[in-house]
Design a protein around this ligand. Structure first.
Ligand code: FAD
Length: 461
């Protein structure tokens, strides 16, 4: 269909001011936080479920691809319109519809920023636990699409454990309800199927969240190490001792350098690695648990353990972790964020192999990751203007994911598959496994209009 006709039709639904199609608009919506680029045919900013339903119904009739977009911070090409079509950007659907502390539920629209909601909840003494480091700008639609994680997911679980249901627009424009406010919904667990489906099965227009009372006490510690291996063995030793901290994050030397040059979080520049360990829960018994963690750190050759004494010190330690991805961007013009998981006990071994991959391709690698989950994030630094480096970075990224898969882990902990990791799906799934996934896609989107060309590869690589 010609672009002008498409724009005219969509303007009738959403208003002319909410349909974007200038060359600049198309360029701006042609990228996300991955290395992929491709332009859509136009962008629509819907204002209601009804408008989404009409737009999708039109696209379905005309066979036009639809890509849902929150803030475009995903790291795997999930919002790149690789086959053109319409980008549905949810920035206008960003309201908190309900906060009910008695039933510990909330209902939000998909374009709401995660942190805006959490700040509002704090006024009630409540928290929403998933905390992607991008939460200042990531949206609930994006969190839903990617099944996002974050530091606190070690203790509390990832997004899917905190989304209880949603209103979803199917690929023919029909609106359905999946899950609901009760804890255990009868029938198939469609919420489990849709959360993490990266906009390929359905589009969420309202999302039901589980909220929790704020923990009574929090204790944040920074454990400083002279070797990555000692930091890695401490992680599995803490969990093996039966302690599940709220967070257990690792930051390596190169990342510390970047963080200290920009954020000044107070991480020691001469350390090989630091662990950011946080306990939360009842005040009673917390000191005893902290002492036990310190003993475990000592057994694993920690150099020093510092505890935040004030809220300001805690905020400063967290500013380093939360700003680490941004800080690393100062080191080289580009970086590729790998996202693989390994069993915790394999952390030291796999980390050392990851660094070998960096040496093999002559590319620096910085590491900042959810160590407690075994969720690695090697950041491979490069310059995309250098074609040789660009091709090396893809090969290095793929090799790292293979290392994770071979160690008994997998190729994504939280950043999804998108367009970027489709061939790596074969590292962990058989063609038969993938044929079963394709059947699910066919059941919900037989015409393949929702985010086509993502997540499930067509044929064996
Ligand atoms: C600096 C930085 C730090 C990050 N840290 C973390 C982290 O700690 N943990 C983590 O998990 N991720 C992290 N990410 C990745 C990213 O921020 C998350 O995946 C986030 O949830 C994406 O939100 P978004 O609004 O930007 O979604 P987008 O990137 O716009 O979309 C993500 C996916 O969701 C789909 N989608 C969007 N809206 C809807 C909808 N309404 N219904 C259905 N599908 C939809 C899209 O089609 C796409 O496939 C980080 C990214 C950056 C750049």
């Amino acid at each position: 269909m010609e672009r002008e006709k498409m724009v005219e039709k969509l303007a009738q639904v959403a208003g002319r001011e909410n349909v974007l199609a200038s060359e600049t608009d198309l360029m701006l919506y042609g990228y996300d936080a991955s290395l992929y680029r491709a332009k859509p045919d136009c962008i629509v900013l819907p204002g209601s479920t009804e408008e989404v339903s009409k737009i999708v119904g039109f696209a379905h009739k005309e066979g036009i691809p639809i890509v849902a977009r929150g803030s475009g911070t995903n790291l795997s090409g999930g919002t790149i319109p690789t086959r053109g079509g319409i980008v549905l950007h949810f920035s206008r659907m960003n309201r908190i519809l309900e906060i009910d502390t008695e039933t510990q539920r909330a209902v939000v629209e998909p374009g709401l920023f995660t942190l805006v909601f959490k700040n509002e909840l704090a006024r009630y003494g409540y928290v929403y636990q998933p905390d992607p480091a991008s939460e200042k700008v990531s949206t609930f639609g994006g969190n839903f699409g990617e099944n996002s994680g974050g530091p606190h997911c070690l203790k509390y679980g990832v997004t899917t454990n905190h989304i209880l249901g949603a209103e979803v627009v199917l690929s023919d424009g029909e609106v359905i309800q999946i899950g609901g406010k009760p804890l255990d919904n009868p029938g198939y667990d469609l919420t489990g199927v849709f959360v993490g489906s990266e906009g390929t099965l359905g589009i969420a227009t309202k999302i039901i969240l589980r909220i929790m009372p704020k923990p009574e006490a929090v204790k944040t510690m920074l454990a400083i190490y002279n070797t990555l291996e000692d930091a890695g063995t401490t992680v599995s030793a803490i969990i093996a001792d039966g302690i599940i901290p709220a967070t257990l994050e690792m930051i390596d030397k190169l990342t510390i350098k970047a963080v200290e040059e920009s954020i000044h979080a107070g991480y020691p520049l001469d350390a090989e690695a630091v662990l950011l360990i946080e306990l939360d829960g009842l005040k009673d018994g917390m000191e005893r648990l902290a002492q036990r963690i310190m003993e475990i750190c000592k057994k694993n050759n920690v150099r020093e353990v510092k505890a935040a004494k004030t809220e300001a010190e805690r905020t400063q330690l967290w500013a380093g972790r939360k700003g680490a991805f941004g800080a690393v961007a100062r080191l080289r013009p580009n970086y590729l964020v790998c996202d693989g998981t390994v069993p915790r006990t394999k952390l030291p071994e796999v980390l050392s192999k990851v660094m070998e991959v960096g040496r093999k391709y002559d590319l620096p690698i910085a590491n900042v990751f959810h160590a407690g989950d075994g969720n690695l994030h090697p950041l491979i630094l490069f310059d995309e203007r250098n074609e040789e480096e660009l091709s090396k970075v893809h090969a290095a990224g793929s090799e790292i994911l293979k290392l994770c898969a071979d160690a008994g882990g997998t190729i994504s902990g939280e950043h999804g598959i998108g367009a970027e990791k489709m061939k790596e799906m074969f590292f962990v799934f058989t063609p038969r496994d993938m044929a079963a996934m394709r059947k699910v896609k066919m059941a919900f989107d037989p015409e393949d209009i929702y985010n086509p060309g993502k997540v499930i590869p067509e044929a064996e690589a």
